[in-house]
Design a protein around this ligand. Structure first.
Ligand code: NAX
Length: 493
Protein backbone atom coordinates (compact mmCIF):
# COMPACT_ATOMS: atom_id res chain seq x y z
CA UNK A 1 0.00 0.00 0.00
CA UNK A 2 1.66 3.20 -1.16
CA UNK A 3 1.11 6.51 0.58
CA UNK A 4 0.76 9.68 -1.42
CA UNK A 5 2.45 12.72 0.05
CA UNK A 6 2.04 16.45 -0.39
CA UNK A 7 4.64 18.35 -2.43
CA UNK A 8 6.35 19.66 0.71
CA UNK A 9 6.49 16.16 2.21
CA UNK A 10 8.03 14.89 -1.03
CA UNK A 11 10.69 17.58 -0.74
CA UNK A 12 11.43 16.29 2.76
CA UNK A 13 11.74 12.81 1.27
CA UNK A 14 14.25 14.28 -1.23
CA UNK A 15 16.29 15.83 1.57
CA UNK A 16 16.12 12.74 3.75
CA UNK A 17 17.27 10.51 0.89
CA UNK A 18 20.16 12.85 0.17
CA UNK A 19 21.28 12.71 3.83
CA UNK A 20 20.61 9.04 4.40
CA UNK A 21 22.19 7.74 1.22
CA UNK A 22 24.98 10.28 1.40
CA UNK A 23 24.25 11.20 -2.19
CA UNK A 24 24.47 14.78 -3.39
CA UNK A 25 21.37 16.66 -4.50
CA UNK A 26 22.91 16.94 -7.98
CA UNK A 27 23.25 13.13 -8.08
CA UNK A 28 19.58 12.81 -7.15
CA UNK A 29 18.70 15.28 -9.87
CA UNK A 30 20.77 13.24 -12.31
CA UNK A 31 18.81 10.13 -11.29
CA UNK A 32 15.54 11.97 -11.83
CA UNK A 33 16.66 13.21 -15.25
CA UNK A 34 17.85 9.73 -16.29
CA UNK A 35 14.55 8.17 -15.18
CA UNK A 36 12.64 10.84 -17.13
CA UNK A 37 14.74 10.26 -20.25
CA UNK A 38 14.20 6.51 -20.13
CA UNK A 39 10.41 6.87 -20.24
CA UNK A 40 10.50 9.82 -22.62
CA UNK A 41 12.69 8.07 -25.18
CA UNK A 42 10.44 4.99 -25.14
CA UNK A 43 7.38 7.19 -25.81
CA UNK A 44 9.08 9.57 -28.25
CA UNK A 45 11.74 7.50 -29.98
CA UNK A 46 12.14 9.70 -33.09
CA UNK A 47 15.51 11.37 -32.63
CA UNK A 48 15.05 13.60 -35.69
CA UNK A 49 12.19 15.55 -34.12
CA UNK A 50 13.02 18.98 -32.77
CA UNK A 51 12.57 19.33 -29.04
CA UNK A 52 12.42 22.62 -27.16
CA UNK A 53 13.22 22.28 -23.46
CA UNK A 54 12.03 25.23 -21.39
CA UNK A 55 13.78 25.54 -18.04
CA UNK A 56 12.88 27.73 -15.09
CA UNK A 57 15.58 28.58 -12.58
CA UNK A 58 14.69 26.27 -9.70
CA UNK A 59 15.25 22.53 -9.42
CA UNK A 60 12.54 21.78 -11.97
CA UNK A 61 14.59 23.83 -14.41
CA UNK A 62 17.70 22.00 -13.19
CA UNK A 63 16.02 18.73 -14.15
CA UNK A 64 15.29 20.20 -17.58
CA UNK A 65 18.95 21.10 -18.11
CA UNK A 66 20.10 17.61 -17.09
CA UNK A 67 17.42 16.10 -19.35
CA UNK A 68 18.69 18.22 -22.27
CA UNK A 69 22.23 16.93 -21.71
CA UNK A 70 21.10 13.29 -21.44
CA UNK A 71 18.83 13.47 -24.50
CA UNK A 72 21.70 15.01 -26.44
CA UNK A 73 23.92 12.17 -25.29
CA UNK A 74 21.25 9.65 -26.31
CA UNK A 75 21.43 10.96 -29.87
CA UNK A 76 18.45 13.35 -30.06
CA UNK A 77 19.62 15.59 -32.87
CA UNK A 78 17.63 18.81 -32.52
CA UNK A 79 17.47 19.94 -28.94
CA UNK A 80 17.22 23.57 -27.97
CA UNK A 81 17.04 24.96 -24.45
CA UNK A 82 15.33 28.18 -23.40
CA UNK A 83 16.30 29.56 -20.01
CA UNK A 84 13.17 31.16 -18.61
CA UNK A 85 14.56 34.01 -16.58
CA UNK A 86 11.72 36.02 -15.12
CA UNK A 87 13.76 37.17 -12.15
CA UNK A 88 13.63 34.14 -9.82
CA UNK A 89 16.71 32.97 -7.99
CA UNK A 90 18.82 30.19 -9.53
CA UNK A 91 19.04 27.03 -7.43
CA UNK A 92 22.51 25.55 -6.89
CA UNK A 93 21.66 22.39 -8.79
CA UNK A 94 20.32 24.50 -11.66
CA UNK A 95 23.63 26.40 -11.84
CA UNK A 96 25.57 23.13 -11.71
CA UNK A 97 23.58 21.64 -14.59
CA UNK A 98 23.75 24.82 -16.62
CA UNK A 99 27.55 24.72 -16.42
CA UNK A 100 27.52 21.09 -17.61
CA UNK A 101 25.15 21.84 -20.48
CA UNK A 102 27.25 24.76 -21.64
CA UNK A 103 30.02 22.26 -22.36
CA UNK A 104 27.83 20.51 -24.97
CA UNK A 105 26.71 21.67 -28.41
CA UNK A 106 23.08 22.15 -27.30
CA UNK A 107 21.79 25.63 -28.22
CA UNK A 108 20.92 27.64 -25.10
CA UNK A 109 18.92 30.88 -25.28
CA UNK A 110 17.94 33.10 -22.37
CA UNK A 111 14.30 34.21 -22.43
CA UNK A 112 13.40 37.40 -20.58
CA UNK A 113 9.93 37.93 -22.02
CA UNK A 114 7.25 35.39 -22.97
CA UNK A 115 6.86 36.93 -26.43
CA UNK A 116 10.34 35.67 -27.32
CA UNK A 117 8.82 32.18 -27.64
CA UNK A 118 5.98 33.20 -29.93
CA UNK A 119 7.59 31.74 -33.00
CA UNK A 120 8.72 28.51 -31.36
CA UNK A 121 8.83 25.93 -34.13
CA UNK A 122 9.83 22.77 -32.26
CA UNK A 123 7.85 19.55 -32.81
CA UNK A 124 7.62 18.92 -29.10
CA UNK A 125 8.08 20.93 -25.90
CA UNK A 126 9.45 19.74 -22.58
CA UNK A 127 8.10 21.85 -19.74
CA UNK A 128 10.63 22.22 -16.92
CA UNK A 129 9.65 25.76 -15.95
CA UNK A 130 8.09 25.30 -12.51
CA UNK A 131 7.53 22.03 -10.71
CA UNK A 132 6.47 21.10 -7.23
CA UNK A 133 7.97 24.32 -5.82
CA UNK A 134 4.87 26.19 -7.01
CA UNK A 135 3.33 28.04 -4.09
CA UNK A 136 0.63 30.18 -5.68
CA UNK A 137 -1.31 30.37 -8.95
CA UNK A 138 0.63 31.67 -11.94
CA UNK A 139 0.52 35.39 -12.58
CA UNK A 140 2.26 37.92 -14.84
CA UNK A 141 4.91 36.65 -17.23
CA UNK A 142 4.52 33.01 -16.13
CA UNK A 143 0.80 33.01 -16.86
CA UNK A 144 1.41 34.81 -20.15
CA UNK A 145 4.03 32.24 -21.13
CA UNK A 146 1.77 29.29 -20.23
CA UNK A 147 -1.04 30.71 -22.32
CA UNK A 148 1.28 31.35 -25.26
CA UNK A 149 2.68 27.80 -25.09
CA UNK A 150 -0.78 26.23 -24.86
CA UNK A 151 -1.82 28.22 -27.93
CA UNK A 152 1.05 26.76 -29.96
CA UNK A 153 -0.86 23.46 -29.94
CA UNK A 154 2.31 21.40 -29.74
CA UNK A 155 2.59 18.28 -27.61
CA UNK A 156 4.03 19.23 -24.23
CA UNK A 157 5.67 16.76 -21.87
CA UNK A 158 5.95 18.07 -18.33
CA UNK A 159 8.80 17.28 -15.98
CA UNK A 160 7.24 16.15 -12.68
CA UNK A 161 4.14 18.36 -13.00
CA UNK A 162 2.82 20.83 -15.59
CA UNK A 163 3.90 24.38 -14.76
CA UNK A 164 1.18 26.04 -12.71
CA UNK A 165 -0.63 22.87 -11.63
CA UNK A 166 -0.71 22.42 -7.84
CA UNK A 167 0.18 18.97 -6.54
CA UNK A 168 -2.65 19.13 -4.03
CA UNK A 169 -5.48 21.41 -2.94
CA UNK A 170 -8.19 23.06 -5.03
CA UNK A 171 -7.19 24.08 -8.55
CA UNK A 172 -7.90 27.72 -9.27
CA UNK A 173 -10.55 28.46 -11.88
CA UNK A 174 -9.75 29.35 -14.54
CA UNK A 175 -6.58 27.28 -14.62
CA UNK A 176 -3.74 29.47 -15.90
CA UNK A 177 -0.96 26.89 -16.20
CA UNK A 178 0.39 24.64 -18.91
CA UNK A 179 -1.69 21.88 -20.48
CA UNK A 180 0.58 18.88 -21.01
CA UNK A 181 0.02 15.79 -23.10
CA UNK A 182 1.97 13.79 -20.56
CA UNK A 183 3.56 14.44 -17.17
CA UNK A 184 6.46 12.22 -16.19
CA UNK A 185 6.41 12.53 -12.43
CA UNK A 186 8.90 11.50 -9.78
CA UNK A 187 8.37 8.64 -7.30
CA UNK A 188 4.66 9.20 -6.67
CA UNK A 189 1.78 10.72 -8.61
CA UNK A 190 0.66 14.11 -7.33
CA UNK A 191 -2.57 13.76 -5.34
CA UNK A 192 -4.31 16.18 -7.70
CA UNK A 193 -3.65 13.96 -10.73
CA UNK A 194 -6.56 11.83 -9.52
CA UNK A 195 -9.06 14.67 -9.42
CA UNK A 196 -11.21 15.48 -12.47
CA UNK A 197 -9.87 19.05 -12.34
CA UNK A 198 -6.50 17.70 -13.56
CA UNK A 199 -8.02 17.23 -17.02
CA UNK A 200 -7.25 20.90 -17.73
CA UNK A 201 -3.55 20.32 -17.03
CA UNK A 202 -2.67 16.87 -18.31
CA UNK A 203 -3.94 14.06 -20.48
CA UNK A 204 -1.93 11.33 -18.79
CA UNK A 205 0.88 10.76 -16.35
CA UNK A 206 3.62 8.24 -15.81
CA UNK A 207 5.48 7.72 -12.57
CA UNK A 208 9.22 7.03 -12.49
CA UNK A 209 11.11 5.72 -9.51
CA UNK A 210 14.04 7.93 -8.50
CA UNK A 211 15.01 5.90 -5.46
CA UNK A 212 13.63 8.15 -2.71
CA UNK A 213 13.67 6.48 0.70
CA UNK A 214 10.47 4.39 0.78
CA UNK A 215 10.68 3.78 4.54
CA UNK A 216 10.73 7.51 5.11
CA UNK A 217 7.70 7.95 2.83
CA UNK A 218 5.84 5.18 4.68
CA UNK A 219 6.49 6.89 8.02
CA UNK A 220 5.00 10.24 6.97
CA UNK A 221 1.55 11.28 8.13
CA UNK A 222 -0.77 11.06 5.18
CA UNK A 223 -4.26 9.73 4.81
CA UNK A 224 -3.89 9.47 1.03
CA UNK A 225 -3.16 5.97 -0.21
CA UNK A 226 -3.16 4.16 -3.50
CA UNK A 227 -5.61 1.28 -3.61
CA UNK A 228 -3.33 -1.62 -4.48
CA UNK A 229 -4.74 -5.07 -5.16
CA UNK A 230 -5.61 -7.07 -2.05
CA UNK A 231 -5.07 -10.79 -1.98
CA UNK A 232 -8.20 -12.81 -2.68
CA UNK A 233 -8.79 -15.65 -0.20
CA UNK A 234 -8.45 -18.98 -1.97
CA UNK A 235 -11.23 -21.55 -1.85
CA UNK A 236 -10.54 -24.35 0.59
CA UNK A 237 -11.26 -28.08 0.31
CA UNK A 238 -14.43 -29.40 1.91
CA UNK A 239 -16.15 -26.03 1.83
CA UNK A 240 -19.66 -25.59 0.49
CA UNK A 241 -22.00 -22.80 -0.59
CA UNK A 242 -22.75 -21.97 3.03
CA UNK A 243 -19.09 -21.16 3.60
CA UNK A 244 -19.23 -18.28 1.17
CA UNK A 245 -22.23 -16.50 2.61
CA UNK A 246 -25.71 -15.56 1.53
CA UNK A 247 -26.09 -12.14 -0.02
CA UNK A 248 -29.38 -10.29 -0.38
CA UNK A 249 -29.89 -7.52 -2.89
CA UNK A 250 -33.02 -5.40 -2.54
CA UNK A 251 -33.35 -3.80 -5.94
CA UNK A 252 -35.29 -3.36 -9.18
CA UNK A 253 -38.59 -1.87 -10.22
CA UNK A 254 -40.88 -2.14 -13.23
CA UNK A 255 -38.71 -0.15 -15.63
CA UNK A 256 -35.41 -0.65 -13.81
CA UNK A 257 -35.32 -4.40 -13.31
CA UNK A 258 -32.01 -4.57 -15.14
CA UNK A 259 -30.31 -2.83 -12.21
CA UNK A 260 -31.35 -5.67 -9.91
CA UNK A 261 -30.16 -8.27 -12.40
CA UNK A 262 -26.81 -6.57 -12.87
CA UNK A 263 -26.19 -6.20 -9.15
CA UNK A 264 -27.08 -9.89 -8.72
CA UNK A 265 -24.72 -10.78 -11.53
CA UNK A 266 -21.83 -8.95 -9.89
CA UNK A 267 -22.58 -10.67 -6.60
CA UNK A 268 -22.81 -14.11 -8.18
CA UNK A 269 -19.67 -13.71 -10.27
CA UNK A 270 -17.54 -12.48 -7.36
CA UNK A 271 -18.26 -15.76 -5.62
CA UNK A 272 -21.03 -15.33 -3.02
CA UNK A 273 -22.19 -18.80 -1.91
CA UNK A 274 -25.83 -17.84 -2.38
CA UNK A 275 -27.42 -14.75 -3.86
CA UNK A 276 -31.03 -13.72 -3.37
CA UNK A 277 -32.66 -10.73 -5.02
CA UNK A 278 -35.62 -9.07 -3.41
CA UNK A 279 -37.45 -7.69 -6.42
CA UNK A 280 -41.01 -7.06 -7.65
CA UNK A 281 -43.04 -10.04 -8.82
CA UNK A 282 -42.83 -8.72 -12.38
CA UNK A 283 -39.08 -9.34 -12.42
CA UNK A 284 -39.22 -13.04 -11.63
CA UNK A 285 -39.22 -14.34 -15.18
CA UNK A 286 -36.35 -12.10 -16.17
CA UNK A 287 -34.35 -13.17 -13.13
CA UNK A 288 -35.00 -16.87 -13.59
CA UNK A 289 -34.18 -16.68 -17.27
CA UNK A 290 -31.02 -14.64 -17.07
CA UNK A 291 -29.56 -15.77 -13.74
CA UNK A 292 -30.95 -19.19 -12.80
CA UNK A 293 -28.38 -19.50 -9.99
CA UNK A 294 -29.89 -16.54 -8.16
CA UNK A 295 -32.90 -16.92 -5.84
CA UNK A 296 -35.81 -14.53 -5.63
CA UNK A 297 -37.65 -12.99 -2.73
CA UNK A 298 -40.69 -11.35 -4.34
CA UNK A 299 -41.26 -7.88 -2.94
CA UNK A 300 -45.02 -8.06 -3.19
CA UNK A 301 -45.16 -10.43 -0.24
CA UNK A 302 -45.43 -9.11 3.25
CA UNK A 303 -41.81 -9.22 4.12
CA UNK A 304 -41.04 -10.83 7.41
CA UNK A 305 -38.18 -8.84 8.91
CA UNK A 306 -36.91 -11.81 10.87
CA UNK A 307 -36.27 -13.57 7.58
CA UNK A 308 -33.62 -10.94 6.83
CA UNK A 309 -31.53 -12.07 9.77
CA UNK A 310 -30.23 -15.05 7.82
CA UNK A 311 -28.38 -13.00 5.22
CA UNK A 312 -24.66 -12.48 5.59
CA UNK A 313 -24.74 -9.22 3.66
CA UNK A 314 -27.50 -6.94 2.42
CA UNK A 315 -27.51 -4.26 -0.27
CA UNK A 316 -30.36 -1.95 -1.13
CA UNK A 317 -30.92 0.56 -3.87
CA UNK A 318 -30.15 -0.27 -7.52
CA UNK A 319 -33.26 0.52 -9.57
CA UNK A 320 -35.36 0.41 -6.39
CA UNK A 321 -37.36 3.56 -7.09
CA UNK A 322 -38.19 6.19 -4.53
CA UNK A 323 -41.89 5.51 -3.95
CA UNK A 324 -43.32 5.11 -0.44
CA UNK A 325 -42.99 1.31 -0.60
CA UNK A 326 -39.26 1.63 -1.27
CA UNK A 327 -38.89 4.09 1.59
CA UNK A 328 -40.69 1.68 3.87
CA UNK A 329 -38.47 -1.25 3.03
CA UNK A 330 -35.39 0.92 3.52
CA UNK A 331 -36.65 2.01 6.95
CA UNK A 332 -37.35 -1.63 7.84
CA UNK A 333 -33.89 -2.75 6.82
CA UNK A 334 -32.29 0.06 8.82
CA UNK A 335 -34.26 -1.05 11.86
CA UNK A 336 -32.34 -4.36 11.75
CA UNK A 337 -29.27 -2.33 12.84
CA UNK A 338 -26.99 -4.41 10.64
CA UNK A 339 -24.49 -2.78 8.27
CA UNK A 340 -25.91 -2.33 4.77
CA UNK A 341 -24.62 -1.46 1.34
CA UNK A 342 -26.62 1.59 0.23
CA UNK A 343 -26.63 2.62 -3.40
CA UNK A 344 -28.61 4.56 -5.99
CA UNK A 345 -32.27 5.13 -5.00
CA UNK A 346 -31.52 4.19 -1.40
CA UNK A 347 -29.13 7.17 -1.33
CA UNK A 348 -31.73 9.45 -2.88
CA UNK A 349 -34.20 8.38 -0.22
CA UNK A 350 -31.65 9.01 2.54
CA UNK A 351 -30.99 12.50 1.18
CA UNK A 352 -34.66 13.34 1.83
CA UNK A 353 -34.83 11.64 5.21
CA UNK A 354 -32.09 12.85 7.57
CA UNK A 355 -33.72 10.80 10.34
CA UNK A 356 -33.17 7.61 8.37
CA UNK A 357 -29.70 8.72 7.37
CA UNK A 358 -28.81 9.18 11.03
CA UNK A 359 -29.95 5.60 11.66
CA UNK A 360 -27.56 4.04 9.14
CA UNK A 361 -25.53 1.54 11.18
CA UNK A 362 -21.76 1.96 11.56
CA UNK A 363 -19.64 0.12 8.99
CA UNK A 364 -22.38 0.48 6.37
CA UNK A 365 -21.27 1.46 2.93
CA UNK A 366 -22.51 4.27 0.69
CA UNK A 367 -21.58 4.07 -3.00
CA UNK A 368 -22.60 7.43 -4.47
CA UNK A 369 -21.63 8.98 -7.75
CA UNK A 370 -21.14 12.74 -7.90
CA UNK A 371 -24.83 13.67 -8.06
CA UNK A 372 -25.90 11.25 -5.37
CA UNK A 373 -23.09 12.49 -3.17
CA UNK A 374 -24.04 16.14 -3.53
CA UNK A 375 -27.67 15.28 -2.96
CA UNK A 376 -26.68 13.73 0.36
CA UNK A 377 -24.13 16.28 1.50
CA UNK A 378 -24.84 19.48 -0.43
CA UNK A 379 -23.27 21.06 -3.51
CA UNK A 380 -19.51 21.30 -3.75
CA UNK A 381 -17.46 23.84 -5.67
CA UNK A 382 -14.81 21.33 -6.63
CA UNK A 383 -13.71 17.75 -6.16
CA UNK A 384 -11.16 18.61 -3.51
CA UNK A 385 -13.94 19.98 -1.29
CA UNK A 386 -16.15 16.99 -2.13
CA UNK A 387 -13.52 14.46 -1.10
CA UNK A 388 -12.84 16.40 2.10
CA UNK A 389 -16.53 16.14 2.93
CA UNK A 390 -16.47 12.41 2.16
CA UNK A 391 -13.53 11.94 4.52
CA UNK A 392 -15.21 13.94 7.29
CA UNK A 393 -18.58 12.20 6.90
CA UNK A 394 -17.03 8.71 6.77
CA UNK A 395 -15.26 9.49 10.04
CA UNK A 396 -18.17 11.18 11.81
CA UNK A 397 -20.77 8.62 10.78
CA UNK A 398 -18.35 5.65 10.91
CA UNK A 399 -19.26 4.65 7.37
CA UNK A 400 -17.37 3.64 4.29
CA UNK A 401 -18.00 6.07 1.46
CA UNK A 402 -17.13 4.89 -2.03
CA UNK A 403 -17.19 8.07 -4.07
CA UNK A 404 -17.27 6.87 -7.67
CA UNK A 405 -15.34 8.53 -10.46
CA UNK A 406 -12.64 7.65 -12.99
CA UNK A 407 -10.42 7.29 -9.93
CA UNK A 408 -12.78 6.20 -7.19
CA UNK A 409 -12.11 7.52 -3.67
CA UNK A 410 -12.72 5.02 -0.89
CA UNK A 411 -13.08 6.92 2.39
CA UNK A 412 -12.83 4.79 5.50
CA UNK A 413 -14.16 5.43 9.02
CA UNK A 414 -10.61 5.92 10.33
CA UNK A 415 -10.08 8.88 8.02
CA UNK A 416 -8.00 7.11 5.39
CA UNK A 417 -8.66 7.70 1.69
CA UNK A 418 -7.75 5.05 -0.84
CA UNK A 419 -7.54 6.17 -4.45
CA UNK A 420 -8.29 3.47 -6.99
CA UNK A 421 -6.37 3.48 -10.23
CA UNK A 422 -8.00 0.64 -12.16
CA UNK A 423 -10.79 1.39 -14.63
CA UNK A 424 -11.08 3.32 -17.87
CA UNK A 425 -13.50 5.54 -19.82
CA UNK A 426 -14.75 2.49 -21.79
CA UNK A 427 -16.66 1.65 -18.62
CA UNK A 428 -18.70 4.85 -18.72
CA UNK A 429 -22.04 3.14 -19.34
CA UNK A 430 -25.25 2.36 -17.49
CA UNK A 431 -25.32 -0.47 -14.98
CA UNK A 432 -21.64 -0.35 -13.99
CA UNK A 433 -22.49 0.97 -10.53
CA UNK A 434 -25.06 -1.80 -10.05
CA UNK A 435 -22.41 -4.42 -10.78
CA UNK A 436 -20.08 -2.72 -8.30
CA UNK A 437 -22.75 -2.81 -5.59
CA UNK A 438 -23.28 -6.50 -6.24
CA UNK A 439 -19.54 -7.14 -6.17
CA UNK A 440 -19.17 -5.41 -2.80
CA UNK A 441 -22.13 -7.34 -1.40
CA UNK A 442 -20.72 -10.63 -2.69
CA UNK A 443 -17.38 -9.98 -1.00
CA UNK A 444 -19.06 -9.01 2.26
CA UNK A 445 -20.96 -12.31 2.09
CA UNK A 446 -17.57 -14.03 1.87
CA UNK A 447 -16.53 -12.43 5.17
CA UNK A 448 -14.24 -9.70 3.94
CA UNK A 449 -14.26 -6.72 6.29
CA UNK A 450 -16.24 -3.76 5.01
CA UNK A 451 -13.06 -1.80 4.24
CA UNK A 452 -11.47 -4.71 2.40
CA UNK A 453 -14.68 -5.51 0.52
CA UNK A 454 -14.90 -1.91 -0.69
CA UNK A 455 -11.24 -1.70 -1.68
CA UNK A 456 -11.14 -5.11 -3.36
CA UNK A 457 -14.45 -4.71 -5.18
CA UNK A 458 -13.49 -1.32 -6.60
CA UNK A 459 -10.11 -2.66 -7.66
CA UNK A 460 -11.53 -5.82 -9.28
CA UNK A 461 -14.34 -3.93 -11.01
CA UNK A 462 -11.87 -1.53 -12.63
CA UNK A 463 -9.39 -4.27 -13.44
CA UNK A 464 -12.10 -6.30 -15.19
CA UNK A 465 -12.85 -3.19 -17.25
CA UNK A 466 -9.16 -2.74 -18.04
CA UNK A 467 -8.83 -6.34 -19.24
CA UNK A 468 -11.87 -5.96 -21.49
CA UNK A 469 -10.70 -2.60 -22.80
CA UNK A 470 -7.69 -4.30 -24.35
CA UNK A 471 -10.03 -5.64 -27.03
CA UNK A 472 -13.22 -3.59 -26.72
CA UNK A 473 -14.15 -0.01 -27.43
CA UNK A 474 -17.01 0.25 -24.96
CA UNK A 475 -17.75 -2.23 -22.22
CA UNK A 476 -21.19 -3.28 -21.04
CA UNK A 477 -21.98 -3.90 -17.39
CA UNK A 478 -22.95 -7.56 -18.01
CA UNK A 479 -19.71 -8.16 -19.88
CA UNK A 480 -17.81 -6.64 -17.00
CA UNK A 481 -19.56 -8.79 -14.39
CA UNK A 482 -18.67 -11.90 -16.37
CA UNK A 483 -14.99 -10.92 -16.40
CA UNK A 484 -14.81 -10.72 -12.59
CA UNK A 485 -14.04 -14.42 -11.88
CA UNK A 486 -10.94 -14.25 -14.09
CA UNK A 487 -9.68 -11.18 -12.24
CA UNK A 488 -10.42 -12.84 -8.88
CA UNK A 489 -8.47 -15.91 -9.94
CA UNK A 490 -5.49 -13.74 -10.81
CA UNK A 491 -5.50 -12.18 -7.34
CA UNK A 492 -5.92 -15.39 -5.37
CA UNK A 493 -3.24 -15.95 -2.72
N1 NAX B 1 16.46 17.28 -4.64
C1 NAX B 1 15.26 17.64 -4.98
O1 NAX B 1 14.60 18.43 -4.29
C2 NAX B 1 14.74 17.13 -6.26
C3 NAX B 1 13.89 17.98 -6.96
N2 NAX B 1 13.48 17.64 -8.17
C4 NAX B 1 12.81 18.66 -8.99
O2 NAX B 1 12.67 19.84 -8.27
C5 NAX B 1 11.36 20.38 -8.45
C6 NAX B 1 11.06 21.28 -7.31
O3 NAX B 1 12.05 22.27 -7.36
P1 NAX B 1 12.04 23.65 -6.55
O4 NAX B 1 11.63 23.37 -5.18
O5 NAX B 1 13.35 24.29 -6.78
O6 NAX B 1 10.90 24.47 -7.21
P2 NAX B 1 10.49 24.77 -8.70
O7 NAX B 1 11.61 24.55 -9.63
O8 NAX B 1 9.25 24.08 -8.95
O9 NAX B 1 10.19 26.34 -8.59
C7 NAX B 1 11.25 27.27 -8.57
C8 NAX B 1 10.91 28.59 -7.99
O10 NAX B 1 9.74 29.13 -8.49
C9 NAX B 1 9.18 30.01 -7.55
N3 NAX B 1 7.71 29.97 -7.68
C10 NAX B 1 6.84 29.16 -7.05
N4 NAX B 1 5.59 29.42 -7.42
C11 NAX B 1 5.65 30.43 -8.31
C12 NAX B 1 4.68 31.15 -9.04
N5 NAX B 1 3.38 30.88 -8.96
N6 NAX B 1 5.07 32.11 -9.87
C13 NAX B 1 6.39 32.40 -9.99
N7 NAX B 1 7.35 31.77 -9.32
C14 NAX B 1 7.00 30.79 -8.49
C15 NAX B 1 9.61 29.49 -6.19
O11 NAX B 1 9.97 30.61 -5.41
C16 NAX B 1 10.78 28.58 -6.50
O12 NAX B 1 11.95 29.12 -5.98
C17 NAX B 1 10.50 19.16 -8.62
O13 NAX B 1 9.30 19.46 -9.27
C18 NAX B 1 11.42 18.28 -9.44
O14 NAX B 1 11.28 18.61 -10.81
C19 NAX B 1 14.04 16.46 -8.81
O15 NAX B 1 15.24 16.86 -9.38
C20 NAX B 1 14.26 15.37 -7.84
C21 NAX B 1 15.13 15.80 -6.76
Amino acid sequence: MKKLLSSSQMQEADSYTIKREAISSTALMERAAAAFVEVFSADFPDKEKSIAILCGQGNNGGDGLAIARLLNLAGYQHISVSLINFGTKQSEDYAHNLALLEQTDVAITPVLLPAALKGLTADLIIDAILGSGLHKPLTGKYAELASLLNDLNKPIVAVDVPTGFPGEGPVDQPYLGIKAELAITFQRPKINFFFPESAVALNSFKVVDIGLDEDFIARQESYWKLNDALTVKSRQNFTHKGTYGHALIVAGNTTTMGAALLAARGCLRVGAGLTTVCLPQSGLIALNTSLPEVMALPRSENLDLEAFEKYTSIAIGPGLGTAAASEEILANLLSLKKPLVLDADALTLLADRPDLFAAVPHQSMLTPHLKEFDRLFGDHQNWWARVETAKKQAFERQLIIVLKNQYTFICLPDGEIYINQTGNPGMASGGMGDVLTGTITGLLAQSYTAADAARLAVYIHGKAGDELAKNSFAISASQLADEIPKVMKGLTG
